[in-house]
Design a binder for this molecule. Structure first.
Ligand code: ATP
Length: 540
């Protein structure tokens, strides 16, 4: 009864000429109001389009008010609640009046819409979603098997959920740093989910950019292009939304996930606070890229603790976890969630007792690649896995070539796609770039790096060039291929390479590879060692 009475009063109040006159004059950011009315099913698609065709803001506001009041009490209630929750943006404050006032302006001062709105006790408010929230990002995340081993440099020892909440609440810029596959992307998705689910009455914005998926970010772009070309652009009021973002930059959080450099001028300006000075910026990167973010709050992502690793394996493998627990090297590697996932996948299927178990990162990748191909080869009856891989070597190496070029270009978007019936599709996922463009990417970026290393070994004349690239600022990310190559060149089982590249070719490469690598990197390693010693003794 209380609700109905309150709605009746609202409907009447909204119709009162006094309030209406002021609303028509003072409502702004109409697109925010219309979008929220649409989300709350007060307006249909058709009604939204009609409002958008109105000539100017005055006509638009009149149309909104007319439509809402015609719909009755419940609609009026929702409308006023939206204004209440977004009033910082949608309701102009009456300006301070000069000494001499006309009769109308005196009336303006007497009637304070902010006060008027705040008289309504909106009790059952829920969180208001703004159209920027991309809900798809949160699908498939596993928030609870999480960050027991995550350490905040400044707050070690806190619980995972406290850490995540603190990360969300702090006004400081944040640098999430950690080795490949450790869970930086997963953590940034978690922050997005928490942001979208929290109870917050303020209208605010959060933007997420996967720096590898959206390679067009690296080209010079304006703030407007950056914000609206990756996310769905508002149907109308683009300029209005942009101005709101600029004026209220303290309500904006931007995540740049997987950053390797600041070659994009718009990203650089955002990181350096030349654009949106009060926005909070969250960056994720691998340890070799952190030097550009010295004044950020550094948070190291450390993966699973021993206990979490065991819980994870037990949840996925049940009794079969014993096979992993008995292999200490493998268990240790599984603190990296990416490796834990792949190990769990491989061990989830029946393996003969005497089959070799992976003991290094590359072996985990060899196993998962063989495992996926095994699944695929089961469709081809009576053929053993090695023969299957040999038969498909052309397709596999062609994917490896695409992987190499994508890695060199710091992107996950694969330009050349495999045939629709290709066995290598099992390593890929489709990636929606825009509504019109869909492409393919590897299931994980580290898998792409693994395939890139395979291609290099098939094309050894390129290896020296890559060694050189590793020492440059722009291409130093290529160094992640080297550990893969080292292991792939050894003859230890399980071998994937002998099915793809002849033993003689591999021997020819390994004859010079290790010597060349030491010559190239030893001076650099010695220099690093010297620097570490200096720091250590200075600290003492
Ligand atoms: N807390 C977690 N709980 C369960 N699985 C996780 C967790 N964190 C990461 N993973 C798994 O590990 C995979 C790799 O994680 P993620 O992509 O976040 O690593 P990353 O640190 O961003 O790697 P890279 O530096 O290569 O980009 C994820 O796809 C997910 O399957």
């Amino acid at each position: 009864t209380f609700y109905t009475e309150r709605c009746n009063i609202m409907c009447l109040t909204l119709q009162r000429t006094n309030a209406r006159v002021h609303l028509v004059r003072e409502l702004k950011n109409l697109s925010v109001i219309v979008e929220n009315l649409y989300q709350q099913k007060v307006f249909s698609d058709e009604e939204v389009s009609k409002i958008q065709t109105e000539r100017d803001d005055f006509d638009k506001t009149s149309k909104i008010l007319d439509s809402v009041t015609k719909k009755g009490e419940a609609a009026c209630y929702k409308f006023l609640r939206i204004i209440d929750m977004t009033r910082k943006r949608t309701l102009e404050r009456a300006s301070v009046l000069p000494e001499k006032q006309s009769a109308a302006s005196t009336e303006n001062r007497r009637f304070d819409l902010h006060h008027w709105i705040s008289c309504y006790p909106f009790k059952e408010d829920t969180q208001m979603d703004f159209w920027m929230a991309n809900k798809n990002l949160f699908e498939g995340n596993n928030p609870d098997l999480s960050y027991t081993a995550l350490v905040l440099d400044k707050q070690g020892g806190d619980s995972p959920s406290k850490i995540k909440n603190d990360l969300l609440k702090t006004d400081e810029n944040i640098l999430l740093v950690g080795k490949p596959g450790i869970g930086k992307t997963a953590l940034s998705h978690e922050l997005l989910r928490l942001w979208a689910e929290r109870d917050n009455e303020e209208l605010d914005y959060m933007f997420y950019f996967d720096m590898r998926e959206t390679s067009h970010i690296t080209k010079a772009m304006s703030l407007e292009d950056l914000l609206f070309s990756v996310f769905s652009e508002p149907d109308e009021g683009r300029e209005e939304v942009l101005q709101d973002i600029k004026r209220n930059s303290d309500n904006v959080t931007i995540i740049f996930d997987g950053i390797t450099d600041l070659s994009s001028s718009v990203v650089k300006k955002l990181v350096e606070k030349d654009l949106l000075p009060d926005a909070k910026v969250i960056v994720t990167c691998r340890p070799d890229n952190e030097e550009d973010f010295g004044d950020f709050l550094r948070v190291e992502v450390k993966g699973f603790s021993e206990q979490t690793t065991k819980t994870y394996l037990s949840a996925i493998l049940g009794d079969a976890q014993k096979k992993v627990l008995s292999n200490l090297e493998l268990l240790t590697l599984c603190h990296v969630p990416m490796y834990a996932l792949m190990v769990a996948a491989c061990f989830s299927s029946e393996t003969p007792e005497d089959s070799s178990q992976p003991c290094s990162i590359t072996e985990i990748y060899i196993n998962i690649v063989r495992f996926c191909l095994q699944m695929n080869s089961n469709k081809t009856k009576n053929i053993d896995l090695n023969s299957f891989i040999e038969n498909k070597s052309e397709e596999i190496l062609s994917l490896a070539e695409v992987a190499f070029h994508a890695t060199e270009g710091k992107t996950v978007n694969l330009t050349k796609l495999p045939r629709e019936d290709s066995c290598v599709l099992c390593f890929l996922k489709s990636l929606v770039i825009t509504e019109a463009i869909t492409t393919y990417a590897f299931l994980h970026y580290t898998m792409q790096e693994f395939f890139a290393a395979i291609w290099l070994l098939k094309n050894p004349d390129k290896i020296k060039e890559v060694f050189q690239q590793c020492l440059t600022t722009e291409k130093k990310h290529m160094k992640h291929l080297i550990p893969f190559m080292c292991r792939l060149l050894t003859e230890k089982s399980p071998s994937l390479m002998k099915c793809l590249i002849s033993a003689q070719e591999l021997r020819n490469t390994s004859n010079w590879f290790f010597k060349e690598m030491i010559n190239r990197f030893l001076p650099y390693l010695l220099w690093c060692f010297y620097c570490i010693c200096c720091c250590y003794f200075n600290d003492l």
